[in-house]
Design a protein around this ligand. Structure first.
Ligand code: ADP
Length: 313
């Protein structure tokens, strides 16, 4: 595995307060990598050091092979950055923003025009390119900011809370664009988020962060699988009888009854749904409905911290 970002005990202290505590991350090249955690976890501080905006108190990191402390200029050339604070100018058009950024980053003038068209296409703003930004929706503005971060062909795109403040529908469309550009541009995306659904749907790998520490890191599917806790929810005509018989099944770890529903806690539930139905039929119990639920990243966070992401820290 080739890693495009590696941190080595990277630490940031504000006086006595440790915002980032000796973190070791490895971000695989061409992945979409998420740092998930509640507000105040230290996510922005961590990526600010990787962007060379903040200097680590101790430890270091490499981005695209360059040391953030020794070679900050080369690091900056390797990355495109989209921070939370809105940074567009209402009285410029989308194209003008991209042109400005291209010249700022020294994109050669002979390829500039073509590159701008390419990026406009990628973020689906071609038709709106010559309108003022003040006429753009929230989602379009976000896409333009992302496009601007891409204009100089960076190896890594760093996004701080890319869908903060956007409605759920716009959020999903941003996920789609990020996924597409990750594939089309051969780029690694490193992003922070406190939306567990976003980390789950968008990221190939997720590092869960709390109180300055990375508590675990893996693919969303592995993180959830580790909980060994799928839930099969079943409604049957003879609930008492079902529970009595089901207690004999050793693949069921726990049984809960909530009103008319019976919840069976199992591992690898996808292999067991048919078995549960057959078992009911064999016992002359009629199944009205059956549903399988996998745990989510919130459950993973709770397991490690005893608190929800929304409650934080
Ligand atoms: P996140 O991005 O996960 O919300 P931050 O990295 O912004 O977290 O902040 C992590 C912690 O560091 C928070 O407790 C925050 O209050 C603190 N912090 C951030 N910046 C500063 C600063 N300049 N001075 C003192 N404390 C700070």
């Amino acid at each position: 595995m080739e890693y495009i970002i590696e941190t080595h005990d990277i630490t940031k202290k504000y006086n006595d307060f440790t915002a980032v505590n000796s973190i070791n991350l490895k971000v695989p090249k061409n992945s979409v990598y998420g740092v998930l955690g509640p507000n105040g976890a230290g996510k922005t501080t961590l990526i600010s050091m990787l962007c060379t905006i903040l200097y680590p108190t101790s430890g270091t990191a490499t981005v695209n092979g360059y040391d953030i402390v020794k070679n900050p200029k080369d690091v900056r050339k390797s990355i495109g950055v989209v921070f939370q604070s809105r940074s567009l100018d209402d009285i410029l058009t989308g194209r003008e923003h991209l042109e400005m950024h291209a010249s700022l980053y020294g994109v050669p003038s002979e390829v500039r025009k073509e590159r701008i068209e390419e990026v406009l296409d990628l973020i689906a703003l071609g038709e709106k390119a010559d309108q003022y930004v003040k006429t753009y929706s929230g989602g379009m503005k976000r896409r333009l900011e992302i496009g601007r971060g891409l204009i100089h062909h960076p190896e890594v795109l760093i996004l701080d809370e890319p869908t903060l403040g956007l409605d759920p529908q716009t959020r999903e469309s941003i996920w789609k664009y990020v996924n597409e550009l990750n594939k089309k541009e051969d780029i690694t995306v490193l992003m922070t988020t406190h939306y567990m659904e976003e980390a789950d749907k968008l990221c190939d790998e997720v590092a869960i962060m709390n109180l300055g520490n990375i508590i675990t890191a893996d693919s969303p599917i592995n993180l959830k699988r580790e909980l060994k806790a799928d839930t099969i929810t079943i409604r049957v005509d003879k609930a008492d009888k079902f529970i009595q018989e089901a207690e004999k099944l050793d693949f069921i770890k726990e049984i809960f009854r909530i009103d008319s529903e019976i919840k069976l806690m199992v591992e690898r539930g996808e292999n067991l749904v048919a078995e549960v139905v057959n078992f009911a039929n064999n016992n002359k119990i009629f199944v009205n409905s059956i549903e399988l639920e996998h745990p989510n990243l919130e459950d993973v966070f709770i397991k490690y911290t005893g608190t929800t992401i929304a409650d934080g820290g």
